[in-house]
Design a protein around this ligand. Structure first.
Ligand code: KIV
Ligand code: ZN
Length: 521
């Protein structure tokens, strides 16, 4: 692929917040190892900044930021902090091993937030913002500041805050449309105004962070770029709080496809977009809608006869982007049951997957089982096996075997055998369907009262023998956990995904009990 260069205008920095804002989407929390895996893919994608978490929020968030800092070398790794001493120190500690660390401090500036959330006057907000930036600079040379809810802040006050934080040393000022309220032309005018009225604005990079509540996050970000913003904060698949954030793939492909109107370039290797999208979707369990721009299954499918005719004559009649430029390629057949360890390891390396020897050997055995069931093992199958391997699931309850009887005139009944504390336990139950029967039986064995709050299944590849990947969320009291598993048998995938979530709940209960605490959220 021809890479766009400096000659094609100014660079727009891509700040990816999939691991922070993206993870804030309900049901999308990720484990530390999953975050590291995603971060490595973001590095391959070529993002400039990875916001890896909000270190003060939890131990898991702190560890994620620290582990991502250790795992990647090229991108800047950012940790989020409020303008509060403890937050900033924790963020500084979490990113300290990064080759290129950044602390991202934020403080709300709008009237609504000042009055109802912070109960602070303008003067105090200004002081706290400056102090926050100064404190962060004491720990890290690269500091970004965000006036939260900037688009609903009085513009003259926003200019005042931005000028003061740049004076204090912030190298990037990020303008969030926190609640997705702005219209593209208004947001563009705001960026124009900041560039015209903030005297020291040229000392900092103007960044934007748009939410998608009205479906305008990408449009607002692009308009801001047109008006001079040079960093876009975005997420893979547009994941994020509520309706999500600006989608990385859409913003990047728009700037690239319409270079004629934007006159800018990014350092994204767009051929890695599809890999990133698939990885984030499977790690979070958030499936991508079929007609989603750029990465949806239908994005490059031409159905109408007239379109197909045009495509056969000349692709540019109906195609403004080439599928191969975003990494949509024909699924490649890679390995089969006769493939050995060497070929297996080599293919994983080609997919950018590096694992220690123990894990590699375990994965090889899993691959052999799969190759026995499935004639053709595709890259996507290997990636699904790796995701299963990386899932850190405690095994308090382990599935030994199951049997289900079901049919149009039979009551679905499941018999499940599980190992619990080294002992084999067998039980049976009926249910509304075969999966419900399995889940009821598992509940009888574990003694936990669990409710399924979310269940999704997708085929990892095409074909009747495809691996089925089940992602679900289970609620027990106030605890919610996600589970995911793959198998060529969807009942087995369903059982293992459920057990993954149940085991996490059991572990949290155990940890809570050991600390003498209520483990509930
Ligand atoms: O939406 C928002 O305002 C944020 C800030 C923390 C940047 O996520
Ligand atoms: Zn946000």
């Amino acid at each position: 692929m021809e890479r766009q260069t400096q000659g094609d205008g100014e660079k727009v920095y891509i700040f990816d917040t999939t691991l922070r804002d993206g993870e804030q989407a309900p049901g999308c929390s990720m484990m530390v190892e999953e975050k590291v895996h995603v971060a490595r893919q973001l590095e391959r994608l070529g993002v400039d900044v990875i916001e890896a978490g909000f270190p003060i929020a939890s131990l898991g968030d702190f560890e994620s930021v620290r582990e991502v800092s250790r795992a990647v070398t090229e991108p800047i790794v950012a940790g989020l902090a409020r303008c509060v001493e403890a937050d900033i120190e924790r963020a500084g500690e979490a990113v300290q091993e990064a080759r290129k660390p950044r602390i991202h401090v934020f403080l709300a500036t709008s009237e609504i937030h000042r009055r109802y959330k912070l109960k602070k006057a303008r003067g105090e907000i200004l002081r706290l913002a400056v102090e926050g930036v100064e404190r962060a600079l004491g720990l890290c040379r690269d500091v970004e500041f965000s006036p939260e809810d900037a688009s609903r802040t009085e513009p003259e006050f926003l200019c005042e805050v931005v000028e003061a934080v740049i004076e204090a040393g912030a190298g990037t000022v990020n303008i969030p449309d926190t609640v997705g309220y702005a219209m593209p032309w208004q947001f563009g005018e705001l960026i124009q105004r900041l560039r015209a009225e903030v005297s020291n604005i040229r000392k900092a990079v103007i960044s934007v962070h748009c939410h998608n509540d009205l479906g305008l996050a990408v449009a607002n970000s692009l308009e801001a770029v047109r008006m001079g913003a040079r960093q876009v904060e975005c997420t893979i698949n547009g994941l994020g709080e509520r309706a999500g954030n600006c989608s990385l793939e859409e913003a990047v492909m728009a700037m690239r496809t319409r270079q004629d109107v934007f006159g800018v370039y990014t350092d994204i290797d767009t051929r890695e977009i599809m890999n990133a999208s698939r990885l984030v979707s499977s790690v979070t369990g958030m499936t991508v809608q079929r007609n989603k721009a750029v990465v949806g299954e239908n994005a490059f499918a031409h159905e109408a006869g007239v379109h197909q005719d045009g495509m056969l004559k000349e692709k540019s009649t109906y195609e403004i982007m080439r599928p191969e430029d975003v990494g949509v390629e024909k699924t490649s057949l890679v390995l089969g049951k006769h493939s050995g360890r060497h070929a297996f390891r080599k293919r994983l390396e080609e997919l950018g997957i590096r694992l220690d020897e123990g894990r590699l050997e375990h994965l090889f055995q899993e691959f052999k089982h799969l190759a026995d069931k499935k004639k053709e093992v595709f890259d996507e199958d290997l990636e699904a096996l790796v995701r299963d391997e990386l899932e850190q699931v405690p095994d308090i309850f382990r599935l030994a075997s199951f049997h289900v009887s079901s049919g149009s005139s039979a009551v679905p009944t499941a018999t499940v055998q599980m190992t619990v504390g080294g002992e084999l336990v067998t039980d049976a139950a009926t249910g509304d369907g075969p999966i419900d029967a399995i889940y009821r039986t598992i509940d009888r064995i574990t003694g936990l009262q669990c409710n399924l709050s979310d269940y999704g299944i997708r085929a990892v590849t095409k074909g009747k023998d495809a691996l089925g990947e089940v992602s679900l969320t289970v609620q027990a009291g106030a605890l919610r956990e996600r589970g995911r598993a793959t198998s060529t048998d969807i009942l087995e995938a369903s059982a293992r995904a459920y057990l993954a979530a149940v085991n996490r709940i059991a572990k949290r209960r155990e940890n809570g009990a050991a600390r003498g605490e209520e483990a509930e959220e």
